[in-house]
Design a protein around this ligand. Structure first.
Ligand SMILES: Nc1ncnc2c1ncn2[C@@H]1O[C@H](COP(=O)(O)OP(=O)(O)OP(=O)(O)O)[C@@H](O)[C@H]1O
Ligand SMILES: [Mg+2]
Length: 462
C-alpha cells in the first residue's frame, strides 16, 4: 500500500487532488499546513509527501527540510501557485524529487507522482538487497570456529552498532585490521569512508599534519592547505593502527578530539568539528607504555571504551584447519592448482607449530607450500623447515638437501627462486642479477609458478 501525505492550505485543492490520487489507488492523508504535516509525520510513515510551498505557520520548504533530515526514505514533491522557477529549483537542491507549477494538468500530476513512488520503491529494494547481502557476508571473510573467535565476533557485531571507540589488541598477524574493517562494515557508517593510518610508519613531525591537516604556511614546506585524515574520514571510521607509536604531542590532540569532538589543523586556532568513529589497534602493551611515560593514561581510558582482544593463533588451534583451508581456496587459482589439499602429516605439523606470526604467517606458509607442491597435495616437505616437528626435520641442512633431495628440477627451481627473492627482500632486479637471468625471464618464471610479487610495505594511509 502506498501512503501519500498531501499538504496544502487550500481546502479545495486538497479535496480535488486527494480524490484524484485515491481513485488510482493511493492512500491519502491531508494536512492544512506545515505544522500539521510535521505532527502527522511524527507518527506515521509516508512514501511520498506532496506539499504546497507558501503556507503559515510552517511553509513547504521547512517540511521538505525536516523530511529529508528525519525521514530520508520518504520522497517529497513540491507544488506552488506563484512559483518562480527558483523556489522549485531550490526545493530540488534540498532533495525534493521534483516540483510542479499550479495550475497543472491532471495527467502530468499523476505521472509525476507515479515516478516519484517508483523511484522510492527501487531505492528501497536496492537498499534491502544490499542489507541482505551484507548480513550474509558480514563476517564471510573472517574465519574461525573456536570459542575464542566466536566471542570476538559476537562482541564485534554488538559494538559495531554503536559509535563507541574500540581498542583492538593482539599480537602481530592476529587479524586486528580485519576486525577493524568488519566493525566498520557492520556499522551505520558502512557506506562512508574507512580510512587507515599506520601511526608507526609516520615520523613524529608528520603525524599531526597527516591526521589533522594543516594550513598554508604552518611550517616550512606547507605550501598549501591540506585536509587531514580526520576530515577525509568525516561520517565514517578512522582506523589508527599501531596507536602505541603515536607521539605524545599527537596523543594530546587525539584526546581533545575524543573529549570535545574537535580538531585543529596545524597552524590554525579555529577548531573544526568532525563526525568520526575511532578504532585503534596495538600489538604493544599500552599499560607498560604508560608506565614508561610514552603513552597518556587519560587517552588510554578514552580509547579503551570497548576492548577487543585477539588471541594468538596457538591459543585457538581449532581454527588452524579452517584457516588453512580458506587460504588454500584463496591461493589455488593464482598458483594454478585445482582442488588442492593438505596431507594429514603436513596438517599435523601445522597443528603443532606455535605460529609466532599468527594468521599472517599461516597464510604465507600455505601460499608458499602451494607454489612448491608438485601435485595438488601439500606434503611436509613443502613446508618451511621451522614448522616441521622434530621427527620430520630433514637431517641435512637445506642447501645440501636441495641438491641431494631427489626432487624434480622444477621444484628445485621454484625453491631457489623463492629463497633468492626472500634474501633480497623481493627486489626482483636484485634477485634476477643473483640468479643470472634477465628480469623478464624472472617475471616469466614467477608467472609460470604462480608466485605473486610481494606487495611493498603498506602505505601509510589507505
Ligand atoms: N580470522 C581470520 N580469517 C581469515 N583471514 C584472517 C583472519 N585473521 C587474519 N587473517 C588474515 O591474516 C592476515 C593478517 O591479518 P591482519 O593484517 O588483520 O593482522 P594484524 O593483527 O593487523 O597484523 P599486524 O599487527 O602485523 O598489523 C591478513 O591477510 C588477514 O586477511
Ligand atoms: Mg595490522
Amino acid at each position: 500500500m502506498t501512503d501519500i501525505l498531501l499538504v496544502d492550505d487550500e481546502k479545495s485543492v486538497r479535496t480535488t487532488l486527494s480524490l484524484m490520487l485515491k481513485r488510482v489507488g493511493y492512500q491519502v492523508e491531508e494536512a492544512m499546513n506545515g505544522e500539521k504535516a510535521l505532527e502527522i509525520l511524527k507518527n506515521k510513515f509516508f512514501d511520498l509527501v506532496i506539499t504546497d510551498l507558501k503556507m503559515e505557520p510552517i511553509d513547504g520548504m521547512e517540511v521538505l527540510r525536516k523530511v529529508k533530515s528525519a525521514y530520508d526514505t520518504t520522497e517529497v514533491m513540491v507544488m506552488t501557485a506563484f512559483s518562480t522557477v527558483e523556489s522549485g529549483v531550490e526545493a530540488m537542491k534540498l532533495g525534493a524529487y521534483d516540483y510542479i507549477q499550479k495550475p497543472f494538468d491532471k495527467d502530468e500530476f499523476l505521472i509525476l507522482v507515479k515516478k516519484a513512488i517508483e523511484r522510492r520503491e527501487l531505492i528501497n529494494e536496492v537498499e534491502q538487497l544490499q542489507d541482505e547481502l551484507r548480513e550474509k557476508y558480514r563476517f564471510e571473510n573472517i574465519i574461525g570456529n573456536s570459542n575464542r573467535m566466536m566471542e570476538v565476533l559476537a562482541l564485534v557485531s554488538k559494538v559495531a552498532k554503536t559509535d563507541s571507540t574500540v581498542l583492538i589488541s593482539g599480537d602481530s598477524g592476529t587479524g586486528k585490521e580485519l576486525i577493524a574493517k568488519a566493525t566498520h562494515l557492520n556499522s551505520r557508517r558502512k557506506n562512508r569512508a574507512f580510512i587507515t593510518i599506520n601511526c608507526g610508519a609516520l615520523p613524529e613531525n608528520l603525524q599531526e599534519s597527516e591526521l589533522f591537516g594543516h594550513v598554508r604556511g604552518a611550517f616550512t614546506g606547507a605550501i598549501k592547505d591540506k585536509r587531514g585524515l580526520f576530515q577525509e574520514a568525516n561520517g565514517g571510521t578512522l582506523f589508527l593502527d599501531e596507536i602505541g607509536e603515536t607521539a605524545l604531542s599527537t596523543q594530546v590532540k587525539l584526546l581533545r578530539f575524543l573529549q570535545d569532538g574537535e580538531i585543529r589543523r596545524v597552524g590554525e586556532n579555529e577548531p573544526l568539528y568532525v563526525d568520526v568513529r575511532l578504532i585503534a589497534a596495538t600489538n604493544q602493551d599500552l599499560k607498560k607504555l604508560i608506565e614508561e611515560g610514552r603513552f597518556r593514561e587519560d587517552l588510554y581510558y578514552r580509547l579503551n571504551v570497548i576492548p577487543i582482544d585477539l588471541p594468538p593463533l596457538r591459543d585457538r588451534r581449532d581454527d588452524i584447519p579452517l584457516l588453512a583451508d580458506h587460504f588454500l581456496k584463496t591461493y589455488q587459482e593464482r598458483t594454478k592448482k585445482s582442488n588442492p589439499s593438505i596431507s594429514p602429516e603436513a596438517m599435523k605439523c601445522l597443528m603443532q607449530y606455535d605460529w609466532p606470526g599468527n594468521v599472517r604467517e599461516l597464510e604465507n606458509v600455505i601460499e608458499r607450500a602451494l607454489i612448491l607442491a608438485s601435485k595438488n597435495v601439500i606434503l611436509p616437505e613443502d613446508l618451511p623447515s621451522s614448522i616441521l616437528s622434530n621427527e620430520q626435520q630433514p637431517i641435512i641442512e637445506e642447501p645440501e638437501m636441495l641438491v641431494g633431495g631427489g626432487q624434480t628440477l622444477e621444484v628445485l627451481e621454484k625453491k631457489h627462486i623463492l629463497m633468492t627473492l626472500d634474501k633480497c627482500v623481493w627486489n626482483q632486479k636484485k634477485a634476477s642479477e643473483i640468479l643470472g637471468i634477465s628480469t623478464t625471464t624472472l617475471w616469466r618464471k614467477l608467472k609460470l609458478y604462480g608466485i605473486e610479487p610481494k606487495r611493498k610495505e603498506e602505505s601509510i594511509a589507505g
